[in-house]
Design a protein around this ligand. Structure first.
Ligand code: ZN
Length: 152
């Protein structure tokens, strides 16, 4: 794989990946790519598609983020913006691991790519009581995390 791809070469490669049904790791290895680079490209590609197809949908609203940062700087001086960059060790998915409900109504963490439920093979981090926590939470806290609203 050459180091620099044109935009259309990259899109063709990402389309091949989507159709392949392979994991990030399998596809990256077969095409001589770094798996983290591939997952970053997929993330950016999906973001671009969402923006194109849904018109007004913007995943990261930069002007709003800048306005918020100015407000924090001028009024609060302490606040943080957090992103969700979870990781599934089974399929190399990078993004937001979801909270689902199992057959007994229990809240469980689920990889949106491979439906993995094994918490020992997922890395999930969320802000909890002011700290970025990477251990799993009880059902009450998990419900609270599930109900959080993304503003920007
Ligand atoms: Zn997965």
């Amino acid at each position: 794989m050459k180091a620099i791809l044109t935009k259309s070469e990259k899109e063709r490669l990402l389309e091949q990946f989507e159709k392949s049904g392979k994991t990030y790791a399998q596809f990256a290895e077969e095409n001589g790519l770094n798996v983290k680079t591939l997952s970053k490209w997929i993330y950016e590609w999906h973001h671009q598609i969402k923006t194109t197809n849904e018109g007004k949908f913007v995943e990261i609203n930069i002007p709003a983020v800048m306005a918020l940062l100015k407000h924090i700087y001028n009024n609060i001086m302490y606040a943080e913006l957090n992103t969700k960059s979870d990781f599934c060790q089974k399929c190399d998915y990078t993004g937001e691991i979801q909270i689902a409900t199992d057959g007994d109504g229990k809240l469980i963490w689920e990889c949106p790519n491979c439906k993995n439920h094994d918490q020992t093979t997922m890395n999930v981090a969320r802000r909890t009581c002011g700290y970025i926590v990477t251990q799993y939470w009880n059902q009450g806290r998990t419900q609270e995390i599930k109900e959080r609203v993304l503003h920007l």
